[in-house]
Design a protein around this ligand. Structure first.
Ligand SMILES: Cc1ncc(COP(=O)(O)O)c(C=O)c1O
Length: 437
């Protein structure tokens, strides 16, 4: 395809978003890159003003269907009535106490009852802190200090996990993702290739005596909602068990894949899990939990083993209550509906692209989905290198112009207020975009 198709869409985008352009120029004066997380897409990102159910409005007043819900953290959509009512009540009661609160017990009970591998749980303010605590606990439990992480996985941006491979054929050599990190850290992290059991097991076994944990996302999130092969997770489970290594599932994103998280979907259970995003029903949160004998180290009083865990806003009642009222509404029936709608959407995307003979792969678990314009099956981060970037750009801006918020990387999430008509709208919009060949 020619780049002019993406350009046509971008011109339309610019015509319809003058206020976002104006705010972006102001923002650049105070915020590096004009934003406060990640890198904005060019020419400038939309500024959002409000959300309601599955709709969001930008500051130019244009309404769109929200097919990402703040990076998948809003499974019930925006401003869910029950969640809002509970938050409003809590606002009157006070928003932060440096003390236990009944909501801690309520949300802990919900997660411990739903997630089979979690016997005890603690809360944090973000998924980043949650994965960090899984690493801290693993080190204390095993008496070892190194970790293995999957290439292209994202667990937050901190030193222990800011590593990826140098390239497909260079495992286990790794590169640092942040400038000038202490060189000594390099030896402490081993990178394993996603969905490649043979290489991963080889690296894990070779380093087993030093490895505290193996951290894996059951669905590689930021790299493109790429689901793990069942066999891969089973192999990681077996080797970590044999070698006395803690297996950590980062379910910050994949928690919403189903009632029991991605671990129940695969029926493979880790020793520890990290959660976030949807857990707070739209407010900032994280949590980590797992086996009692590991989590007990958070109350152990021996200097050597005790793991410290603090945070001024841990368990703040607003986030906790938002999580409780969100999860109380996420019943098995709701998950069933989300699965049905997302399956319909994924099939529909393939059919629409097929009408125009455009190769597409649609990945994702449960209500999460991602588009990859590629004729090859997507099994790991390297497979996305050959995605058709021009086509992706055309579809991103095209869908925005057609009234859909598809997210910058075409990662998507179906939310509970949606029905078949919203799925049809997405497919109708995609057909319009792709027909502008
Ligand atoms: C799998 C995974 N782990 C950890 C994180 C970090 O979570 P947070 O942004 O809440 O710190 C993310 C965020 O995108 C994630 O997708």
């Amino acid at each position: 395809m020619s780049d002019s198709l993406a350009n046509f869409e971008i011109l339309r985008y610019v015509e319809r978003s003058p206020k976002s352009a104006e705010f972006f120029n102001k923002a650049k004066k105070y915020l590096p890159g004009g934003v406060t997380r990640g890198t904005p897409y060019e020419p400038y990102p939309l500024f959002w003003e409000k959300g309601e159910g599955f709709n969001i409005w930008d500051i130019d007043g244009i309404k769109r269907l929200d097919f990402f819900g703040n990076n998948s953290s809003l499974p019930l959509g925006h401003c869910n009535f029950q969640v809002q009512k509970a938050i409003n009540f809590q606002l009157q009661q006070g928003v932060s106490f440096n003390a236990p609160h009944s909501s801690h017990v309520e949300l802990a009970k919900i997660i411990c009852e739903r997630i089979k591998s979690v016997e005890l749980i603690r809360f944090t303010n973000s998924g980043t802190e949650a994965t960090m605590n899984c690493i801290h606990a693993s080190r204390a439990y095993t008496g070892r200090s190194h970790i293995a992480k999957v290439d292209g996985s994202y667990h937050g941006m901190y030193d222990s996990v800011a590593f990826n491979s140098v390239g497909e054929s260079f495992f286990p050599d790794q590169k640092m993702e942040l400038p000038n990190m202490p060189i000594a850290l390099k030896d402490t992290v081993k990178i394993i290739p996603y969905n490649d059991s043979e290489k991963s097991l080889e690296i894990i076994k070779a380093n087993a005596s030093q490895l505290a944990c193996v951290v894996v996302e059951p669905m590689l999130g930021g790299a493109g909602f790429i689901q793990a092969d069942l066999e891969y997770l089973q192999n990681l489970r077996q080797v970590t068990q044999d070698e006395g290594i803690v297996l950590v599932f980062d379910e910050v994103c994949s928690l919403r894949a189903g009632y029991g998280g991605a671990q129940a979907y695969y029926d493979v259970y880790p020793d520890m899990s990290a959660f976030g995003k949807s857990l707070g029903g739209g407010l900032p949160i994280g949590a980590f939990g797992g086996k009692r004998e590991i989590m007990d180290l958070y109350q152990e009083n021996t200097l050597e083993k005790h793991v410290q865990h603090s945070g001024s806003f841990n368990g703040n009642p607003l986030s906790m209550i938002s999580g409780v009222y969100t999860f109380n509404q996420l019943t098995p029936t709701v998950y069933k509906k989300l699965d049905f709608l997302t399956r319909k959407l994924k099939e529909g995307i393939k059919n629409v692209a097929g009408e125009f003979e455009i190769p597409v792969q649609v990945t994702g678990l449960g209500s999460l989905f991602a588009l990859h314009f590629n004729s090859n099956i997507i099994k790991c981060n390297f497979d996305t290198d050959t995605n058709d970037q021009d086509r992706s750009k055309q579809v991103f801006f095209g869908l925005l112009n057609e009234g859909i918020w598809p997210s910058q990387n075409l990662l998507g999430a179906v939310s509970a207020p949606m029905d078949e008509s919203e799925i049809d709208e997405y497919l109708y919009a995609l057909r319009n975009v792709l027909s502008r060949k």
